[in-house]
Design a protein around this ligand. Structure first.
Ligand SMILES: [Zn+2]
Length: 149
């Protein structure tokens, strides 16, 4: 099961098959997306309990404002415009392969993947940066706040 925590305070469980999907919170209707990285066992099933370690909330962008994206490591969550990415962001300024989020030793790090317009943390372009609670990511037209959980 995936255990969902919404900013409205609502907690719920979703079936494993909902991983990667954007669904409304049962409490408030805001969209909550779940993204997993490398949580699958060898047989393709998920670990029995998925604990999300961080949340991205879209503050500004060409769409999806207010969407909460729960993420878990340890593997990379790749971000870009093409549909093979775990986190697909569209609109101007997002490269097909833009950046990735990596969780290492319980710390999340963002790494730019030679994107055309760069990746920003709190307004400054970065190649790579360890993220702290409340950091604001700039990817294309999107402003996304990072929160630990
Ligand atoms: Zn909610």
């Amino acid at each position: 099961m995936l255990y969902i925590f919404c900013q409205c305070g609502h907690r719920s469980a979703r079936p494993d098959e909902s991983a990667g999907r954007s669904l409304p919170c049962d409490g408030c209707g805001r969209i909550v997306t779940t993204l997993l990285a490398d949580q699958c066992k060898a047989d393709g099933s998920l670990d029995s309990r998925i604990a999300f370690s961080a949340k991205l909330t879209i503050l500004q962008g060409p769409g999806r404002i207010g969407e909460q994206i729960l993420i878990t490591g340890p593997g990379a969550i790749d971000i870009g415009k093409t549909h093979d990415k775990r986190l697909v962001l569209t609109g101007a300024g997002v490269s097909r392969t833009h950046a990735q989020l990596l969780c290492e030793a319980n710390l999340w790090r963002i790494e730019d993947l030679n994107s055309h317009n760069g990746t920003k943390v709190n307004g400054a372009k970065v190649q790579t940066r360890i993220l702290k609670d409340g950091d604001k990511l700039g990817i294309g037209e999107y402003e996304i706040v990072f929160n630990t959980m």
